[in-house]
Design a protein around this ligand. Structure first.
Ligand SMILES: Nc1ncnc2c1ncn2[C@@H]1O[C@H](COP(=O)(O)OP(=O)(O)OP(=O)(O)O)[C@@H](O)[C@H]1O
Length: 299
């Protein structure tokens, strides 16, 4: 169990505010911190990894205090078993893939590196330098490196946000597989609701340093546990008028859909807005796609 009870005053763009958290992460759980820019998400990850220090509180990992403001305990980063994956990969540019992985190990264990290279599909790339790899391949190396450390907690700070949609999806599946296979306790920071839905068991919605909602992604984002309604979250790409109606083109994952807007919607909605598209009377026909099926049409 990981218990985090901390406070830290931060200097926000609109003045100081307090990052004040009381979180309990179950072993093997996949947790997400979701919130707007500047709400304190990265600071939490920095505090957990020992790169930043809270003003008050404690962090306890599997019964061991990593930080305790009262007793003065503050384990340095190298004594915390943390795997940290950033958006920008943070690989050593002059080291090969294998050397990057070897650097993460305290006791060099070539067999284990071979296993993880195999598992992450990196064996054929093991002697390449990071700059010769695609973004997705580099991030796979960063993930492999963080798993090799056998972390008590895996911290993922918007790890996929620089990648294209297809690569993101593939790596989301891989992250979830590694999380399960290595029985990791994972804390993901993400801006992306679809990513949170795909990956997280529990989401904490952070606003100006405080958790304003938490629960399953369904509970936290939609305020309900189950529903027969059809709904998805997407981003408005454009709004146009055709004859007497207004139409919004909305991107949901890789798909584009066109939705009719009411006149009042056109005054409050703008391109770039994230929206929930829902239909109460939805009676879909559903069929499993086969490998030989053509790609579904986009509208
Ligand atoms: N050590 C610190 N002391 C005081 N203020 C800080 C410190 N570290 C970060 N801040 C401020 O706290 C606020 C939150 O920063 P943080 O990077 O945690 O936000 P975030 O939610 O991760 O944002 P983004 O999504 O844009 O990365 C920012 O205004 C930042 O300038």
């Amino acid at each position: 169990m990981i218990r985090i009870q901390i406070e830290k005053t931060l200097s926000g763009a609109e003045g100081p505010f307090v990052l004040s958290l009381d979180l309990c992460l179950r072993p093997g759980s996949f947790n997400c911190i979701y919130g707007p820019s500047g709400s304190g998400k990265t600071t939490l990850l920095r505090i957990l990894s020992g790169l930043d220090v809270p003003d008050r509180g404690f962090i306890e990992v599997n019964g061991c205090r990593w930080f305790d403001a009262e007793t003065g305990i503050n384990r340095p980063p190298q004594e915390r078993r943390v795997g940290f994956v950033f958006q920008d990969y943070a690989l050593f540019p002059t080291m090969t893939v294998r050397e990057n992985l070897g650097f993460a190990q305290q006791k060099k264990d070539r067999g284990k590196i071979d296993d993880i290279l195999e598992l992450t599909g990196l064996t054929a790339l093991s002697n390449r330098l990071p700059r010769t790899l695609s973004g997705g391949q580099q991030q796979r190396v960063a993930l492999a490196r963080s798993i090799l450390r056998e972390p008590d907690i895996l911290l993922l700070d918007e790890p996929l946000s620089a990648l294209d949609e297809d690569t993101r999806r593939r790596l989301q599946d891989e992250i979830r597989n590694y999380h399960t296979r290595f029985a990791l306790t994972t804390l993901l920071v993400s801006h992306d609701r679809q990513e949170v839905f795909r990956l997280a068991d529990t989401v904490h919605v952070l606003e100006r340093g405080r958790v304003v909602r938490h629960g399953s992604p369904m509970e936290a984002f939609l305020g309900r546990i189950t529903s027969s309604r059809f709904s998805f979250i997407g981003t408005i790409l454009s709004i146009r008028s055709a004859d007497c109606i207004h139409l919004a083109v909305i991107a949901a994952g890789n798909e584009l859909v066109e939705v009719v807007l009411s006149r009042s919607d056109t005054q409050t909605l703008h391109p770039g807005d994230q929206v929930l598209v829902a239909s109460k009377a939805f009676n879909p026909i559903i069929r499993k796609l086969q490998p030989h099926d053509p790609a579904p049409p986009t509208f």
